[in-house]
Design a protein around this ligand. Structure first.
Ligand SMILES: [Zn+2]
Length: 71
């Protein structure tokens, strides 16, 4: 079993201050909402790329897996 003291591996602690945690939470929520938009909502008139259906086709299986209406 590897011991960090004998292998020279250094493990840094995470900075979990409230401001940093809020920043991580905001970033994670933004990326999650962006993914949710592209998987579930980006279609037809509300599509960011107009009538281009590349995004829709790329996430098509995920859309059906998560139960979003499609066809
Ligand atoms: Zn479909």
């Amino acid at each position: 079993m590897a011991n960090p003291q004998t292998t020279g591996l250094q493990v840094r602690s995470l900075d979990l201050s409230a401001a940093r945690a809020a920043l991580w939470l905001a970033g994670t929520a933004f990326l999650a909402l962006l993914a949710l938009y592209f998987v579930g909502i980006d279609q037809g008139a509300v599509s960011l790329f107009g009538s281009d259906s590349h995004v829709h086709e790329f996430v098509h299986d995920a859309r059906h897996l998560l139960g979003f209406p499609c066809h």
